[in-house]
Design a protein around this ligand. Sequence first.
Ligand SMILES: C[S@@+](CC[C@H](N)C(=O)[O-])C[C@H]1O[C@@H](n2cnc3c(N)ncnc32)[C@H](O)[C@@H]1O
Length: 263
Amino acid sequence: MKLDPIQAASAAQFDKQSQHYGKGHVLEQTADVESALKHIPLRPGWRALDVATGGGHTGLLLAARGCDVMLGDLSANMLERAAKLGAERGLHVATRQFPAEAIPFSAGEFDLVSCRVAPHHFSNPEGFVREAARVLKPGGYFLLIDPSIADGHPEVEAWLHDVEKWRDPSHHRIWSEGTWQRWCATAGLMLVHSELQPMKQPDLEWYFTAAATSPENRAKVREAIRTAMPAVREFMRLGEEDGKTVWWWQRLVLVARKPDRSH
Ligand SMILES: C[S@@+](CC[C@H](N)C(=O)[O-])C[C@H]1O[C@@H](n2cnc3c(N)ncnc32)[C@H](O)[C@@H]1O
């Protein structure tokens, strides 16, 4: 598997940190996926591809709903742990190691391509959307959930980018809601639903542990929070609760569909 430097950094980071993303991780809470599925007429027997599956929480939910699921990720350790978690729950899933930017399946193979809380690591997210559209069957659905930001807040976006890069150097970039919508349109997908949901990050220290943030970078993040401009402070709802740093992100939940020209 040939990886670019951004993909290689992610693979190394997540191989090393895979034990943190299974049981007990906040991503195990899948209310966001459940609510997005209201916009998708999911049926048992659908072929679903969960790209950048991490701990497998999205893919395993789809398997529990009767889909025939393929889990994909750059990290072999993540795939191994996700498949093991599935087996513990009596779910059979297939796994395949690949970068989201080059999906190793033929055109029109899947009814659903999902990707949750991962594209901010991708080196070429637009290429990923193109690939997702390619492997979808006509009429198939694309489900994307990722940290994002409303268009028109460049100063907050820049601040968030710095902080995230320090916290987790494998973070590449978050993209605005409008940018994702444009990429979907360019890839020929029709927008079904798009929504920015507020998402509380309840404890900065916990996120440092999950990403194994270095002591120097932890200090940089704390300083950026201390000195954040009022516009950033307000947008991110930066604050303290029970001695813990809390802030709010925006999470994009986007559903799009590949047109079915046979109807
Ligand atoms: C936070 S985890 C994903 C969480 C998961 N989707 C869920 O619903 O719980 C991020 C995952 O993205 C994977 N990843 C990062 N960059 C990738 C890329 N370019 N292609 C495929 N996987 C990637 C990492 O290996 C990691 O397992």
